[in-house]
Design a protein around this ligand. Structure first.
Ligand SMILES: NCc1[nH]cc(CCC(=O)O)c1CC(=O)O
Length: 307
């Protein structure tokens, strides 16, 4: 093995994440050369509509997967949040480096927080999960869709299109833009998306040499959390038109995974939650999903939301 090709989206965040992983791999295997193969995905091309309206799962991922399957690249670094429950056959998520901040971040123009911002303030987010949870706390807010990369969204707020926006803390922190954050939305108030703050490294399932290298940057606590959250996602099998959230915390000795799951209506009126703890992350995910269904999640999951 001499040259390892890493497929990457071209957004600043994707490139930053890809280069961070490459730097860690390079340290572990100085003899290898790492090349970035840029890939422009459907998700990057669609900038004018809410992604949930497009409705495709894995908008940011499928072209990257094709690039790896056709051997034009060997691996890719994904924001796990963007990776659909099912991977393309022949590929595997082989490593999960230590999780960054899983929380959502509130960024407002005036420095006011979610509770104090004026009645009817205009808030930008395109995530139905965030919309539902924001509406639950502040039904008066004028929540509108916002698209584009993190820098575009911050600019739209500064330009006056929005009074506030909500972004993943992890993305801002990785970009070195933590100072933009007005307040963190704690998981009790805004449960993060499945995989938020986690990087998942995908490669061909039979690439044993590469799998050996990647296993060295795997963080076991993060891996267990990722499995539990994705087990929930897989079991709920929701479209991206239904607000779903899931956040797992793993005990320091790796013996227990505690997972909280949420399925909501977009208006925030119905908010189902369930929580379980156990030693097997797959089972914990399935249990939380089963509880949510028992509480009535099926009705929400079957719904074609038009919002
Ligand atoms: N769908 C976009 C996306 N995918 C991953 C992140 C942030 C980084 C992460 O959650 O790991 C973001 C931006 C955001 O939601 O603010």
């Amino acid at each position: 093995m001499s040259k390892i090709r890493v497929a990457s989206r071209t957004s600043a965040l994707a490139m930053t994440q890809t280069k961070w992983v490459i730097a860690r791999l390079q340290e572990l295997s100085p003899d290898n050369e790492f090349d970035i193969v840029p890939v422009v995905t459907k998700g990057d091309k669609i900038v004018d509509v809410t992604l949930s309206k497009v409705g495709g799962k894995g908008l940011f991922v499928s072209e990257i997967e094709e690039t790896i399957l056709s051997k034009s690249a060997d691996l890719a670094v994904h924001s796990l949040k963007d990776v659909p429950a099912e991977l393309a056959p022949g590929l595997t998520l082989s490593a999960f480096p230590v999780r960054a901040d899983a929380r959502d971040a509130w960024i407002s123009k005036t420095g006011e927080d979610l509770r104090s911002i004026r009645q009817g303030a205009r808030v930008g987010t395109s995530s139905l999960r965030r919309v539902a949870q924001l509406r639950r706390v502040r039904p008066d807010l004028d929540i509108a869709s916002i698209r584009g990369n993190i820098d575009t969204r911050l600019r739209k707020m500064r330009d006056g299109e929005f009074d506030a926006i909500v972004l993943a803390a992890a993305g801002l922190q990785r970009m070195g833009w933590e100072h933009e954050i007005t307040a963190y939305l704690e998981p009790e108030m805004c449960l993060p998306a499945v995989g938020q703050g986690i990087l998942g490294i995908e490669c061909r399932a039979d690439d044993t040499e590469l799998l050996g290298l990647l296993s060295q940057i795997n963080d076991e606590l993060t891996h267990l959390a990722a499995i539990a959250e994705r087990s929930l996602l897989f079991s709920l099998n929701g479209s991206c038109q239904v607000p779903i959230a899931g956040y797992a915390v793993v005990s320091g000795d790796k013996s227990t995974v505690r997972l909280r799951g949420l399925v909501a209506s977009v208006d925030g009126h119905t908010m189902l939650t369930a929580e379980h703890e156990g030693s097997d992350p797959v089972q914990v995910g399935l249990k939380v999903a089963a509880d949510l269904r028992e509480h009535g999640a099926d009705v929400l999951l079957a719904q074609e939301q038009t919002d």
